[in-house]
Design a protein around this ligand. Structure first.
Ligand SMILES: C[S@@+](CC[C@H](N)C(=O)[O-])C[C@H]1O[C@@H](n2cnc3c(N)ncnc32)[C@H](O)[C@@H]1O
Length: 242
């Protein structure tokens, strides 16, 4: 993270595990899109997941890619433990505690077939994202894919207001769908998670615009830079190392 005054804590990991089932828009669809994008070009080999959280995407990757090995990295011990508990086959899973902003974890013995990350790269500022994209480009094998799901910063006040509305709406819908009541949505409101309604962002959250992501990936040397899905201020894009 770029601002050392507030770093992700274990309390935030626990809250995220509680609320994210309601608050991640179209969560199952997001996981399916990322896994499908990877499966189209990386049936085997080494796949890196940056900030794996509790391992939902990790488990889906291991399930869909029986010949791949997944390196699931995160900065939270409880998240890494949850990933190990969920992911199944320990022979195809490598977990590691990292600081996403550090460079020490970005070298690999074997070129990676794919890199994925969900809802975490926004913890880096613009310069940090640019450096990460360059390092991932260097770590990927030719033809390897980088699939990124993340929060974005809308370009305009109107875009921000629409993202805020859509995020509330989707969380409300998921709360009713999952539990049959609005308890999950109310917890999301109490936790004040809809940062599109905040005048000032937590310094830990440094989302960039969609256009910045696309430009910075191309600048890093990626091709086939493509936006696949977007709603409620979240996007999924992918890019290929030529
Ligand atoms: C919003 S959660 C997303 C988790 C998961 N990828 C998902 O989509 O559900 C952010 C994750 O990033 C991790 N994280 C936050 N700051 C980090 C840092 N500086 N270095 C490494 N991991 C960090 C947290 O532990 C958490 O698992």
């Amino acid at each position: 993270m770029s601002d050392p005054t507030h770093t992700w804590s274990e309390a935030e990991s626990a809250l995220y595990r509680d609320l994210s089932r309601y608050a991640v828009p179209q969560r199952e669809r997001q996981i399916a899109i990322v896994v499908d994008r990877v499966a189209r070009c990386a049936a085997s080999g080494d796949v890196l997941e940056i900030c794996c959280g509790e391992g939902l995407l990790t488990a889906a990757l291991l399930d869909r890619l029986p010949d791949a090995r997944v390196h699931a990295y995160d900065g939270s011990d409880s998240m890494l433990a949850a990933t190990r508990a969920r992911a199944g086959d320990p022979d195809r899973l490598v977990t590691r505690r990292i600081d996403i902003a550090a460079a020490d974890w970005r070298a690999f013995e074997t070129p990676l077939r794919a890199v994925v990350s969900s809802l975490a790269v926004h913890h880096l500022d613009g310069a940090g994202k640019r450096a990460l994209f360059a390092d991932l480009h260097a770590a990927l094998a030719p033809g390897g894919v980088f699939a990124l799901a993340d929060v974005i910063r809308p370009e305009t006040a109107a875009g921000n207001a629409i993202a805020a509305e859509l995020w509330d709406e989707e969380t409300r819908r998921r709360s009713l769908e999952i539990d049959g009541d609005l308890g999950g949505f109310e917890a999301f409101r109490r936790a004040d998670w809809n940062h599109f309604r905040h005048a000032v962002l937590d310094p830990m959250d440094q989302p960039s615009t969609v256009a910045e992501h696309l430009d910075w990936l191309r600048d890093a040397g990626f091709v086939g830079v493509d936006l696949h899905w977007m709603t409620a201020g979240q996007m999924i894009l992918s890019a290929v190392r030529p």
